[in-house]
Design a protein around this ligand. Structure first.
Ligand code: M6P
Ligand code: ZN
Length: 191
């Protein structure tokens, strides 16, 4: 018998706030300082300016069983660590064969993707962009604007988050400030 009843959540496009989120996750610089290319600058900010909120996720929890479709919003605050724009940790799906859809709600971002076979793709996202993350592609989002970048995500409940691979290897591509705007550059430290 189905355990979940139908429900509707109101989404604020500017903030990503949900009317009644099951969970809110906040990720601060201290949670991911080692992921930024300029580790020295991340350490300096933490020591001299203090910690800062990088992004927040608000979502609806659903059982991790076939056919359930979890969904959430992500709000990435504007800013940079050195030249590198604020970003999510990024992940592969634990079950690599599961894809995901992102829908831009406000602000301006980049969706950085890669496969373990070495392919890369960086897509721009604005309000109204529907982005498809195919199976097998790791995904990270980056705020390249000067206001919050907010998007809505939908995936299959059994996908799971594999953070370890990205924590160990990083992404092949970085999004950095160059000549007054965002540029995609090779990550010299990619493992
Ligand atoms: C998107 C989805 C979520 C993810 C969130 C933050 O909304 O992919 O599943 O949790 O971004 O990204 P991350 O989990 O990589 O920190
Ligand atoms: Zn995902």
């Amino acid at each position: 018998m189905p355990a979940i009843s139908p429900f509707v959540t109101e989404v604020d496009f500017a903030s990503g706030d949900l009317s009644a989120p099951d969970y809110i996750i906040q990720r601060k610089l201290s949670d991911m300082a080692a992921m930024y290319a300029d580790a020295g600058e991340a350490a300096r900010i933490l020591a001299e300016e203090g910690d800062r909120l990088i992004y927040e996720v608000q979502g609806m929890e659903l059982p991790a069983e076939e056919g359930q479709i979890p969904h959430c919003t992500t709000r990435i605050l504007p800013g940079r660590i050195g030249d590198e724009y604020h970003m999510t940790k990024g992940h592969y799906h634990a079950r690599r064969e599961q894809g995901e859809v992102y829908f831009g709600l406000s602000g301006r971002g980049c969706l950085v993707m890669q496969t373990e076979a070495g392919e890369t793709s960086v897509q721009e996202m604005v309000a109204g962009s529907a982005a498809y993350v195919p199976p097998y592609w790791a995904h990270r989002t980056v705020n390249v604007g000067d206001e919050d970048f907010v998007f809505f995500s939908v995936w299959e409940a059994r996908a799971g988050h594999d953070y370890g691979t990205i924590e160990r290897d990083g992404f092949r591509k970085l999004v950095l400030l160059r000549d007054g705007g965002p540029a995609v550059v090779d990550n010299a430290k990619y493992a």
